[in-house]
Design a protein around this ligand. Structure first.
Ligand SMILES: Nc1nc2c(ncn2[C@@H]2O[C@H](COP(=O)(O)OP(=O)(O)OP(=O)(O)O)[C@@H](O)[C@H]2O)c(=O)[nH]1
Length: 432
């Protein structure tokens, strides 16, 4: 078996890292054995839960562990290194690849440094694969095309004039994740629609090429890329490159020159240096909402989903419709509720962004239980303008359920959000 390749999937919150990883696991070629380390920003690792579901379906071909004690590229880098070693040691058969799904706030270049510090990599028992950044086509273009300041982005800050430095930093993170990558996956191109897709993708590729001329760009939807092929090409490229370099450096020495190199690859700094935490650096924070009571559908729609719809300035909100139709709403009530809802959205769009606690949420995700369908596990996923609540198998039968929703945002009013969620709960637990 060849040396395992260690690859990191990097990308901003909600860009599609888990989707891309799940796709790899679902289509994993025979003969490949893949280890997965999933890291999440919040204490509860939703990504690991999603990956575990796929892993169980793959009859042990894949092994996964979760890492949920901070960001793997800074505060939890030691944990990542230790977890990696344990994963390799505990493997029933050697891995061909280990993929680390980084948290949404991880920096690409720091991830590379951490992977290079893994003892197995240092000793040549494992090899760096690629740092692959997944880019959300929709959000990335918005950031670049708009030229807005953070003060003009209440969806990120919740305030018109607050902390102008924050916007720069969040965009900096997006840019760093592109600039520090070996390869880029331009995901979610489906959001453009057929008539606009080519032009928008071309525009985005032009920006990405400027930011990182060395990284190949693969555009796709729902992470449908051949990740192992991307890794193989990168490894090949790096080996060729190192080989050429060895020649060049020998040349310098032969002529007694110190030889400064301006090349962008293969000169990673392996030394120790301070890592700031991204939570402090980018103003991004997270919390987990937990409850053993299920949600009451109409209350959730009224107290939470309508608020989120207002922030997103959508005139329709599929998740809300799904939940409303999922619960028993008397027919005449339903119509008047619809009209009331539309009016509320219009009013909210005009006025409430500032006071709306959900305006500061960038990403939320987790599993919830509806009182009307207690056996069905619902997966809640919101990233930017995209929001879905969809069935995700069943809760384990006969056991009490704990719902967990992770909220990630900038300067969030946690108490207010929790109050809205608490006000949407049913009054008694429902065991599936
Ligand atoms: N329309 C569309 N939605 C997508 C695509 N890829 C992912 N999504 C959805 O976007 C949401 C976020 O996707 P994830 O794969 O969980 O994103 P992530 O980068 O792992 O998110 P974090 O771990 O929170 O940073 C989910 O609801 C996905 O179903 C895509 O290509 N098109």
């Amino acid at each position: 078996m060849a040396t395992p390749k260690v690859t990191a999937l990097v990308g901003f919150l909600g860009a599609g890292k888990t989707t891309t990883l799940k796709r790899l696991l679902e289509t994993c070629p025979d003969g490949e054995r893949i280890g997965v380390i999933a890291n999440d920003v919040a204490k509860v690792n939703i990504d690991a839960a999603l990956v575990r579901d796929v892993v169980q379906g793959e009859q042990g071909q894949v092994q996964s562990v979760q890492l949920d004690n901070g960001c793997a590229c800074c505060t939890a880098s030691d944990d990542l290194i230790q977890t990696f070693e344990e994963l390799l040691e505990g493997a029933e058969e050697p891995f061909s690849h280990v993929v680390v799904e980084a948290s949404g706030v991880a920096e690409a270049s720091q991830m590379r440094e951490v992977l290079l510090q893994i003892p197995a990599v240092r000793k040549g028992q494992a090899e760096l694969g690629a740092i692959i950044t997944v880019v959300d086509s929709n959000d990335f273009l918005k950031e670049f095309a708009s030229g807005e300041t953070l003060g003009e982005r209440p969806d990120l800050t919740g305030e018109r004039k607050a902390k102008p430095e924050m916007r720069r930093l969040v965009v900096d993170l997006l840019v760093e994740q592109v600039e520090g990558a070996d390869a880029l996956v331009l995901n979610k191109v489906d959001v453009f629609g057929d008539d606009q897709a080519d032009a928008k993708v071309a525009q985005l590729r032009a920006i990405l090429d400027k930011l990182n001329p060395d990284a190949p760009v693969h555009h796709t939807s729902f992470g449908r890329v051949d990740l192992l092929d991307i890794v193989a090409k990168q490894v090949h490229h790096r080996r060729d490159h190192v080989h050429v370099h060895e020649h060049e450096h020998h040349g310098h020495q032969d002529h007694g020159e110190a030889g400064e190199c301006d090349c962008k690859h293969g000169h990673e700094d392996h030394g120790d240096h301070p890592h700031g935490t991204h939570h402090a650096k980018y103003g991004i924070d997270s919390f987990v909402f937990e409850s053993s009571l299920p949600f009451h559908g109409p209350s959730l729609a009224k107290n939470v989903l309508k608020q989120m719809a207002a922030v997103q300035q959508l005139s329709s909100f599929p998740a809300l419709e799904a939940i409303k139709h999922d619960v028993v709403v008397p027919a005449d009530d339903a119509d008047s509720e619809d009209e009331e809802f539309r009016q509320q959205v219009v009013q909210s769009e005009a006025s409430s962004v500032k006071t709306n606690p959900f305006s500061r949420v960038i990403r939320s995700k987790g599993f919830l239980q509806l009182q009307s369908k207690p056996q069905t596990k619902m997966y809640w996923s919101h990233a930017g303008k995209l929001f879905s609540v969809s069935p995700h198998g069943d809760w384990p039968a006969g056991r009490p359920v704990t719902q967990q929703l992770v909220f990630i945002g900038v300067d969030m009013d946690q108490d207010k959000i929790i109050a809205h969620l608490n006000a949407s709960l049913a009054d008694a637990p429902r065991v599936p």
